[in-house]
Write a new protein. Structure first.
Ligand SMILES: [Zn+2]
Ligand SMILES: [Zn+2]
Length: 408
């Protein structure tokens, strides 16, 4: 069986070394020209074997990297300093190599006819990564690093990119008048103006802010986002088992979080409760955004004129199990495209009715506009409860009782 060095020399034999001329190459740059041959070797080992075989003189400097590969230890030190303030267990090293170096390298591949070269960028990443791993006692993780140190060889600098921290759980919203996410003032876009009383937002707080504040008290971070499995109206409560969500903390300083303490702090707010908090990943955000699950609502309706029980039962039955055509409601038309969609209501139960008001339990497909299903939105939703009854119907209260997902 051929040894790894034989593989390297075979790759090198197919190259035209005379074209190298008097350009000096360091061992690493020489070896990297056959860097994808000979498993398990370092590039300097490859380079020394090639130098001996083809009688390539030992260099004073290196035409290709200009001594860059002697500096990987310095870059590892720089990266370790920059990563100092951040708590993490996994990392990745990336690099921006001086474009002139890359151009020289790629030109040399073509001139010499290199068929198995390795790019200098991957050598820098790997060598800095190895030293950093030893120095920090932490693992490099190519797929999902918590932090990425990006070495810029042209400027001798290291930038740190800190990946977000994710938690998932379910929330209940016990009070009305709270949006799910922070709602920036449209007029000033968050800067603060007369319209928003200088707060930069339209509501005092949001589910997002209550939950994120509790998490960020422990993690620190530069910002947050809340991703919900759908959202309820600002004036609707979210009850029952709550709504699945993922909260994202941007650039967290710390990643060790006492989730029970987070839950206690949120639950003490009186307006929002959370349960089932656990660590999550970016894939949970995708899953939660794609989930199109049915919901069950409690709706309190006031009639414009008295409605008999029998008539109400008939009207309710006529809405179930058939397509409801909903043109984009007037109340959201300023921010959503005007189009007509069909949704199906799978169940409506009359819980109470006294002729003037009724409380309904409505179960409907994801994306059904429940208020419009009741009042008809001036004929933009058909059929509707108001249309079926022939009286005006006003939604007095709306609550989400159940988000019918399979998860916990
Ligand atoms: Zn070199
Ligand atoms: Zn404003």
């Amino acid at each position: 069986m051929a040894s790894p060095l034989d593989d390297v020399l075979r790759a090198a034999e197919s190259m035209t070394w005379s074209r190298l001329g008097d350009r000096p190459l360091c061992d690493a740059c020489l070896g990297r020209l056959a860097g994808r041959a000979g498993h398990g070797l370092t590039n300097p080992e490859r380079g020394r074997a090639i130098r001996a075989r083809f009688a390539i003189p030992a260099p004073a400097g290196c035409w290709l990297c200009g001594g860059l590969l002697d500096e990987v230890g310095k870059f590892a030190d720089l990266a370790a300093d920059k990563l100092g303030p951040w708590e993490f267990t996994t990392f990745l090293v990336g690099s921006k190599v001086d474009p002139e170096v890359v151009a020289r390298e790629e030109g040399l591949w073509a001139e010499l006819g290199a068929t198995q070269p390795e790019a200098i960028k991957s050598e820098v990443n790997r060598e800095v990564g190895k030293r950093l791993s030893m120095r920090l006692g932490k693992e490099a993780d190519l797929a999902r690093p918590e932090v990425v140190a990006i070495v810029d060889t042209a400027f001798d600098s290291v930038d740190v990119q800190v990946n977000p921290l994710f938690f998932r759980g379910r929330y209940r919203k016990l009070a009305r008048g709270i949006p799910q996410t922070r709602w920036p003032c449209r007029r000033c876009r968050g800067k603060g103006c007369e319209h928003c009383g200088g707060k930069g937002k339209m509501y005092e707080t949001s589910v997002e802010e209550v939950v994120a504040a509790a998490v960020m008290a422990q993690t620190g971070g530069s910002g947050h986002a809340l991703h919900g499995m759908g959202r309820e109206d600002v004036d609707a409560r979210m009850l029952g088992r709550g709504r699945p969500f993922v909260v994202e903390v941007k650039e967290p300083r710390r990643r060790t979080v006492d989730l029970e303490a987070v839950a206690r702090l949120v639950n003490a707010s009186g307006s929002v409760e959370v349960e089932g908090l656990r660590l999550a990943g970016v894939e949970d955000v995708v899953a939660i955004k794609e989930d199109r699950v049915a919901k069950t609502y409690r709706v309190l309706v006031r009639f414009g004129s008295p409605v008999e029980d029998g008539k109400l039962q008939d009207a309710v039955a006529s809405l179930v199990g058939r397509p409801i055509a909903q043109r984009t409601p007037v109340r959201v038309s300023h921010r959503r495209a005007d189009r007509t969609r069909e949704r199906v209501v799978t169940g409506i139960e009359v819980v109470t009715s006294d002729g003037a008001t009724t409380e309904l339990r409505v179960t409907a497909e994801a994306g059904t506009y429940i208020k419009e299903l009741v009042h008809g939105d001036g004929g933009r939703t058909t059929p509707s409860l108001a249309g079926a009854l022939g009286v005006t119907c006003e939604v007095v209260e709306l609550d989400v009782l159940e988000v019918r997902d399979a998860g916990t």
